[in-house]
Design a protein. Sequence first.
Length: 140
Amino acid sequence: MPLWHVYHPPGAYDPGHKQRLSADVTGFYTRVGLPKFYVIVLFHEVAADSFHVGGEPHGQAVRVVVEHIARHTQDPRHRRHTRETLAALLAPHTTERGLYCELHIDETPQDLWMIDGLTPPPPDSETERAWARDNRPTPY
């Protein structure tokens, strides 16, 4: 599961912006075969006086924290590619709109993850493809 936390100033994202950003994020992961329902994007509005960068309030900062659970990699080239691709995905929603943006990605152990009480199927398995096709978890 990719879980995205987007911390942003008030008014940075209206409902349409949120929908477009979450659709872009979801599209990235479904193109690599993850079920759509794995993707969760949470928007956290943070008042300018509560969002400090370098010890000072920053009313135009966005911080994106991504938790990758469904897929991990140790290959430095793949990790760099993922980071750069996600930064490019974010740019129209952040830096190209004049917002300062920081991004980091954590990898949560897969064996500590469940959906509806089910352990997700192995990556790229027939069951995972069925979950993606049906857009829901089912016992296996």
